[in-house]
Design a protein around this ligand. Structure first.
Ligand code: NDP
Ligand code: HSE
Length: 435
């Protein structure tokens, strides 16, 4: 008797690009092992692409398997599992909904879709008794969603904090190591293939916000969509910010932060300074790392390749094996319930520390009203540093933990002061070194 028990599950692949081509390759190369692990042979029923003569051919997809009729493939009665690696909202959403409606199990790498419309996708999975897995959607190869969904299902997650976008981490890392400005580091990332020709989703924080929404939804059993996430990208981070961080013993990282507070949850994506002693500071290049803090488990750290065809295909295949095993067993995998329905708190309620850089007139009596503006809004100053620049001075103020709304009011006051020539930058300071 074959380890596959003589059974075959037919798999529709949607997309054969960076990720899809690697999934196709591994399904062929590892066919025997996968069959033994699943208890059924996984056979590619078809590969949907836009241009069958393009990347699908390069990936070695036989002409008879490649199709431009993705909907026809997804709804074929002989297909058991649909793996979506197209990306974006449409047609991916319609294809996956049709797949679940016709009794298929679904695996996807699509963070944009899950971040925007996770609630509808999960509702459809529940309604049709379908499996819906998307480990590859957040942090590429790193097993992170299954630990949140299953391993920590008996715990209470308090915080998820991490670097979930490789492109921006590469850019910030280059700015730190070479002193480059953002634009030059971006060009370098594009030349090396880390950043896409249109890098907007990465540098504007949209990609990280979608991932933060997925993480918060699973961590806090609450539906959070990308639109609920406070988002600030890295385009305004300057070489001066990086240099200032260095003086303070910090690096700048684009962080995704999901926190549970008394009143609800806070989900945000923004650049922040963290101490060079913090484990996230040593996450270099295009790598990702995520801290999860749970009541009983304490602090856990997940680290690895957050992108790339091979690493992402590993996560896709892991999900594929899980849903295939479920089909063999005639069961559905664990759901991702959103029973808690915690409110998502406005950014104005967020509590963190701040690094405020000002251009001020270098003359007696300037510091006192600046300090007074902070005091007026209850923002406590932790450290002050000044560099002279002719008749101007570069003044850096680092605060203790303060409410975002109080800091915003302080900055508004500072901007209106005659002696403050410019508020150069406001960066949040996150994480304790020992975390
Ligand atoms: P690519 O752009 O490299 O590939 C997309 C594939 O989808 C191509 O084969 C393309 O066809 C096909 N496609 C596009 N539109 C359609 C359509 N309307 N009908 C049928 N096929 C279509 O994307 P990636 O492989 O990089 O990304 C795929 C998914 O994985 C996305 O959701 C992405 O966010 C996610 N992801 C990607 C990671 C990465 O490192 N690349 C990491 C983690 C997740 P054709 O070949 O003909 O152009
Ligand atoms: N553009 C994403 C990144 C790909 O740079 O992390 C992985 O999701």
């Amino acid at each position: 008797m074959e380890p596959s028990g003589g059974r075959t599950l037919r798999v529709a692949l949607l997309g054969c690009g960076t990720v899809g081509s690697q999934v196709f390759r591994l399904l062929g190369e590892q066919a025997a092992d996968l069959a033994a692990r699943v208890g059924a042979r996984l056979q590619v029923a078809g590969v949907a692409v836009r241009d069958p003569a393009g990347r699908a051919r390069v990936a070695g997809v036989p002409g008879e398997l490649a199709t431009t009729d993705a909907m026809g493939l997804v709804t074929r009665p002989d297909v058991d599992i649909v793996v979506e690696m197209i990306g974006g909202i449409e047609p991916a959403r319609s294809l996956l909904l049709a797949a679940m409606r016709t009794g298929k199990s679904v695996v996807t790498a699509n963070k944009a879709l899950l971040g925007a419309d996770g609630a509808a996708m999960h509702a459809a999975a529940r309604e049709h008794g379908a499996d819906l897995f998307y480990e590859a959607a957040v942090a590429g190869a790193i097993p992170l969603l299954r630990p949140l969904r299953e391993s920590l299902a008996g715990d209470a997650v308090r915080r998820v904090l991490g670097i979930v976008n490789g492109t921006t981490n590469y850019i910030l890392d280059r700015m730190d190591s070479s002193g480059a400005e953002f634009g030059d580091a971006l060009k370098e990332a594009q030349a090396l293939g880390y950043a896409e020709a249109d890098p907007t989703a990465d540098v504007a924080g949209l990609d990280a916000a979608a991932k933060a929404a997925i993480l918060a939804s699973l961590a806090f059993h609450t539906r959070v969509s990308a639109g609920d996430v406070y988002r600030q990208g890295i385009t305004a981070v300057t070489a001066a910010d990086i240099a200032s961080a260095r003086v303070l013993g910090c690096v700048v990282k684009l962080l995704a932060i999901c926190e549970r507070n008394d009143g609800g949850i806070s989900v945000r994506v923004h650049p922040a300074m963290i101490s060079r002693d913090h484990p996230l500071a040593s996450v270099r290049g295009a790598y990702n790392a995520v801290f999860v803090e749970a009541e009983s488990a304490g602090r856990l750290m997940f680290y690895g390749a957050g992108a790339g065809g091979g690493p992402t295909a590993s996560a896709v295949l892991g999900d594929l094996v899980v849903v295939a095993r479920n089909r063999v067993a005639g069961i559905r995998g664990p759901d991702a319930p959103s029973y808690a329905e915690l409110p998502v708190l406005p950014m104005s309620d967020a509590m963190t520390r701040y690094h405020v850089a000002l251009d001020v007139a270098d003359r007696p009596g300037v510091l006192a009203p600046v300090a007074e503006a902070f005091a007026r809004h209850g923002v406590s100053i932790q450290a002050v540093r000044q560099e002279g620049r002719g008749d101007e001075a570069y003044l850096v103020i680092v605060t203790h933990t303060a409410r975002e709304s109080a800091l915003a009011a302080t900055v508004a006051d500072l901007s209106a002061m005659e002696s403050v020539r410019a508020v150069d930058s406001v960066l949040r300071v996150e994480g304790e070194a020992g975390e």
